[in-house]
Design a binder for this molecule. Sequence first.
Ligand code: GLA
Length: 741
Amino acid sequence: MNSKRCCLVWLLPLLLLNIVAIARGQASNATIRYDAVSRIFRIDAADVTYVLGVNEKKELQALYWGKRLAADDPFMPAHSRPGSSAFDIPVNATAQEFVSWGQGLYVEPDLKVSFPDGNRDLVLEYVSHTIENDTLTIVLKDISREVYVEVEYKADGATGILRRSARVENKTAGPITIEEISAATWNLPRGTDYQLRYVSGRWDTEWNLERQPVRPGKTVLESRRGSTGSQNNPWFAIESGSSQDEDFGNVWFGALGWSGSWQITVEQDTEQQVRVTGGPNSFDFAYHLAKGERLQTPYFYGGFSHEGIGGASRLLHRFELSSILPHAPNPVLRPVLYNSWESTEFNVNEASQEALAEKAASLGVERFVIDDGWFGERANEHAGLGDWYVNPVKFPHGLKPLIDKVHSLGMDFGIWVEPEMVNANSDLYRKHPDWVLNFTGRPRTEGRNQLVLNLARPDVRAYVAGFLDRLLNENDIAFLKIDYNRNWSEPGWPAVSPEDQKNVYIDAIRNLYSILEELRAKHPKVEIETCSGGGSRVDLGILRYAEQAWPSDNTDAFDRLRIQNGFTYGYAPGIMVTWVTDSPTGENNRTLSLDYRFLSGMQGAMGLGADLNKWKPEDFATAKKMIAQYKQIRPIVQRGLLYRLVSPLDGSEYSVTESVSLDHSQAVVFAFLHSSQMTYPYPRIYLRGLDEHATYRLKALDGQMASGTPDAASGVYWMQNGVDVDLHGDFQAAAFLLETR
Ligand code: GLA
């Protein structure tokens, strides 16, 4: 080692005692260290190391993000890179952690502001930092104006996932306008051999997995819809190389915790640096920050796995269960629910619901949920939304008799609400036409005959929080399905001054979160499902308040295999509501056996939505058996490690998933056949994630194993020799369990 490099390495621990701050949270596997000599911050968490430094221009510069390194590995101090020509001003050439628009920045900024005097130049410099409880907070400030930004890194010791965010504080003498703000920029190692994965979709067709090379220029994943949306979901993963292997290779991934308009920009700049910047969508955006005010961004979570995209998903799943969901790190297992929507639609009443509840209870269902139609003059989707009183014709004695009946059958009770919306044909809208998003004197575009309430307004917030609280106070309700059936249009807020109107993009979502937070605090036993006409509001922001998510209104059990596959790249199977409904569904007019539908529906948090009035005795017998089996395996499915063994994408005839319990003592496998062709057998299934040396007994849950399949063998046998299922025909499925006990 030459003498120049020698002085750049981490110094001996003893020498560092005075200049290195080390934070170690209780029982955490995360450390954050600062070397005052080299001005380098090093975060180690689980199997990940993340390093950044303060360079000679006091910029925060990314230095390393990847597999955990040896504790004494050396790092060069941060040093800004020169621009490659007069056309590339130096600020663009340095991989910065949080860069403001100023000096001549052409890459995606993290922050862009304008001042009342017309100045729009902002240049942030390092001021100070603190390290506390696995959290590094770095204060930046503009070179001359009193605009401060605190950038925060919180490390999760179990998964290595970092939670990043920024907080802007206006200490100037007047207001400033934030024109663009992101939570963070993630810089990948400089390179050109990257593949981006993300999901796309639309109503009834959510969660399509996409894959494309990262090329020079930008790919913007986004929602301009006021809500998360399903056109893209705020999740990404970037793999190095093009092997597409599920369980090998380096993957950087992230997800944004924001349920409003959002954007994630994946940019390969002129220096071949790949930057991923994410936060609220900058289109039509402004946030008017008065003197003395602060704006906190949403959280942008990022992680790294060297075990492929499968490893990346498993880390995210674990993180969601241990750090995001209500009651984390011990979120409650999802009960089997019945929802009457596909059976009765708007035509709910005491008698019809009680009859369904009796049938559902006989199957082993644990929660009975009535959907849309129980309130106001809600005969169909044209009226009643916003009027949250129990419809006196449908429920002449209120909800109590039905709730009591549901309880007497041993189930708990859940109910559907869509709090942020209003039908034009409603008492609420007639009384408060000014409560919806609108521009004065302009048309108000309806979606599903409804308008969007402006939740940023204090009176609207109070109304929504008030009716939800009252509903839960007056009724013994264990579960709310919170729906959101359209996206924004004409997002005006005429009641405030023009310069404050665009604050609606942030304030409405903040108010949504604060309502949910309040509600959960006042009613700690109530659980929540996030639904938005299917899977249009699933993100790590809303999931802090919702135990489960409805992935799609498309309940065709074959389509669901693709939908469920896409969902699990970013979100845990224990969050994903999987449903068993009637066949054929309206979607494809495809006929599927009840066994197939149940096996498709067992791969997440299982619910039933079939019209039980039409079921035959043999359907009840099948369902009862399947639900009992599901209850046995649900901890493995909901809490375990998911291996996507065979993908259902690209016209595949087959798909296979495996869930392994965290202690590796149990694994459950679901195998699906689209249609046999040319007499080929079903491909052999090679398991993953088992303990090589343990002996696992095999138990077929449904469908046939190939003849000669052993009853028991070692983990290495099941993984290396594999196992054959005997599946022939069209739309066939099988499931089996391996257990060491
Ligand atoms: C949305 C939901 C459905 C159902 C209806 C009720 O479409 O996704 O599950 O609740 O609304 O109107």
